[in-house]
Design a protein around this ligand. Structure first.
Ligand code: XMP
Length: 512
């Protein structure tokens, strides 16, 4: 990234900021989110090809509204202001921003000037998402109008000599038709980018950088089998080979065959220095008779660190500890809010007693979809790269009530069948998370001529993009029926299956 073309996104706390950064990268140009109060010197040092000002919940006319030094507009760097961004540019350069009586929210037909480089290739109108109360009433001197709607007389402005543009609508969201094309036009037609950001160059550059940073020193990585730590480990392995040791703590709470699959890939395909710790008995002993979900989580988090530390001690001093931190973790830790960036820990905190000098986070600049692409680039199998999210405490929070080996085995088998049938039906491409939960409820059933008294299994499947809210998935009845028949016939200990039809909120995705 050091030598890549960059677009800097000045963050005014708008809700779509991560999306803007992702869209720029989808156009093949590296982008970074920085706080709006970044200094001019820092901008000069970074030397971006363009700046984007984001939206904001504030009004530019409010006291203490976030603002920038006017000199930023005089640096000669191309600028695109979005929503609050265009209002800020207008206000600073002497235009007038006013408040409408009513907030405008929704997809609106916008008339656009397609002779402007920003709208090259567009028709005269475009459906765009507007969400604002304030609007540019009077444009600053030297600007011309490049977009308007029935209710918003100035929905886009441009000073083409100075390469400063602003739009009232949001090109980064899917509701805006061809929105990414507007961003594409900005970064290529206005900023003159060539597009040097792709995952194969990322792999090449990262391997080079990691090699020169770590040299022949040693690094340690905690491998969970999840996407982020797997990609980080393979990248490190490519850079420093046997000087990397991965510790895979298998707590016995993974899905059926998962521990063996992880081991196979890393040992056979990559010949990684791997220590697998089979710690199931230890975890189950600590979890014996524990029923409270939060207590389960805490015990597992702590035990995970203890096991990791013990293994790390056997290895002795290492110079580097590898973490699978990714860009959303960095942003959420405060990078965009002008605070110091804190290290984000994926596995419930950093081990206290591991002897290391420095943390390496090879994925800290990547969004999740870029991590997946990097994984594919590195040859990691698709089923691991596109693995659905799986909670750190694993099946412990999908066995309701106390956890026993027997219950875990019942759940593993049932969950396996559910996942197998979902994959066969092709629904695995559209469902974002799907799994089985072993309830602690037993009920009466009949099998053949015999009365049974066995567990009730719940199936859960959701559609979501952010996992903060989720909708229960309308899986066709015939698929649910097939799953139900197979599980009851093939898994001993279950005689009743229910399907969870609650969305989040009010329920959560997991049951515990
Ligand atoms: P909930 O149940 O809160 O889950 O709706 C939202 C997402 O987070 C995952 N999840 C966890 N992930 N450790 C994790 O690493 C946890 O303790 C944990 N609890 C929930 C869950 O699978 C879903 O994707």
């Amino acid at each position: 990234m050091k030598d890549n073309e960059k677009i800097l996104i000045l963050d005014f706390y708008g809700q779509y900021n991560q999306l803007i950064a992702r869209r720029v990268r989808e156009c093949g140009v590296y982008s970074e989110i920085v706080s709006f109060d970044i200094s001019i010197d820092k901008i000069k040092e970074i030397a971006p090809k363009g700046l984007i000002f984001t939206g904001s919940p504030s009004s530019v006319n409010q006291k203490n509204a976030p603002t920038i030094d006017k000199k930023i507009l005089e640096l000669g760097i191309p600028i695109l202001g979005i929503c609050y961004g265009v209002q800020l540019i207008s206000k600073i350069l002497g235009g007038n921003v006013d408040s409408a009586e009513k907030r405008e929210y929704g997809v609106t037909s916008v008339n656009i000037d397609n002779t402007s480089p920003l709208f090259a290739g567009f028709e005269n109108t475009n459906e765009c998402l507007m969400t604002h109360t304030d609007f540019v009433k009077v444009m600053p001197e030297g600007f011309k109008k490049i977009a308007y709607t029935a209710d918003c007389p100035v929905a886009g402005i441009a000073n083409e000599n100075k390469k400063i543009y602003g739009i009232q609508f949001h090109p980064e969201v899917n509701h805006t038709k061809n929105g990414t094309k507007i961003i594409h036009n900005f970064v290529y037609n206005v900023c003159g980018c060539k597009g040097d950001w792709n995952m194969s160059s990322f792999v090449e550059d990262s391997v080079k950088a990691l090699k020169s940073k770590i040299g022949d020193k040693k690094a340690l990585c905690a491998l969970s089998g999840g996407v982020d730590s797997s990609v980080a480990a393979v990248l490190l392995n490519k850079a420093i080979g046997k000087n990397l040791t991965c510790i895979f703590v298998d707590h016995g709470l993974l899905r059926k065959n998962e521990g063996d699959e992880v081991e196979k890939i890393f040992r056979e395909q990559y010949d990684i220095n791997l220590v697998r710790v089979n710690a199931k008995d230890r975890f189950l002993a600590k979890l014996k008779d524990v029923t409270d979900p939060e207590t389960k989580r805490k015990i597992i988090g702590e035990e995970f660190i203890r096991v990791f530390e013990e293994e790390a001690k056997k290895i002795g001093k290492v110079e580097f500890l590898v973490q699978g931190t990714i860009y959303p973790d960095v942003i959420e830790s405060g990078a965009g809010k002008g605070q110091t960036i804190k290290s984000h820990h994926n596995v419930g905190g950093l081990p206290d007693y591991v002897d290391f000098e420095e943390i390496v986070e090879p994925l800290r600049d990547l969004f999740k979809d870029e991590v997946r692409k990097t994984g594919l680039e590195l040859g990691i199998p698709e089923n691991l790269v596109y693995r659905q999210p799986f909670p750190g405490p694993g099946l412990a929070i999908r066995v309701i009530g106390d956890i026993t080996d027997e219950k875990l085995n019942i759940l593993k088998e049932a969950d396996f069948i559910f996942r197998e049938e979902i994959a066969k039906s092709g629904l695995d491409k559209s469902l974002n998370q799907y799994f089985a939960v072993l309830t602690n409820l037993k009920s009466v059933g009949v099998m053949g001529d015999e009365r049974t008294y066995d567990y009730t299994l719940a199936l859960r499947a959701v559609e979501t993009s952010d996992f903060m809210t989720a909708t229960w998935a309308k899986i066709p009845y015939d698929i649910l029926e097939k799953v139900s028949v197979r599980i009851v016939n093939e898994v001993k200990g279950i005689n009743r299956i229910v399907y969870d039809i609650t969305s989040k909120p009010p329920a959560t995705i997991e049951w515990e």
